[in-house]
Design a protein around this ligand. Sequence first.
Ligand SMILES: [Fe+2]
Length: 135
Amino acid sequence: MRTFDEVWNDKMLTGIGNIDEHHRVLVRLLVDAYNAVELGTPPERVRPIVSELVSYTKYHFAAEERLMVEKKYPDLLEHRLAHRWFSGQVDGIFLKVSSRDPATSLELFKLLRDWLIDHILKLDKRMSYHVLRTA
Ligand SMILES: [Fe+2]
C-alpha cells in the first residue's frame, strides 16, 4: 500500500497547469485502484474507480493531444501511440471488472501506475519543453 504522496514526485511537474492537475488526478485514481485491490475490496467497489479512470484517461489524453496538434509537436504520433496503449489497458481492466469473473490483477495496476509515472517523466516532459518554448 502506498499513499499518493509516496507515489507522486514533483519531478513529474511539466509546468503546464491544467496538465499537471490532470496528472495528479490520474495518479490518485491509480493509487486508489491499486490500494483497493490490495485491501481485497469487492470488485463492485473497484469498478467505479476504474470507470472514472477510463473516462478521465480519455479526457486527459484528448487535452494533451489537442495541445500537441495546436503547437505542431513533431513527436505527436509516437506520443499518441503511447496513449492508445494505456487507454487500451484501462479499457481492458474495466471490461474485466465488469465481467462475470471480476477479479483484477494487482500487478496490472502496478504496471500501469509505473508506466504512467515513466510516461510523465519522459514523453510528457519532453512535450512540455516544446509547448512552453512555443507558447
Ligand atoms: Fe502524455
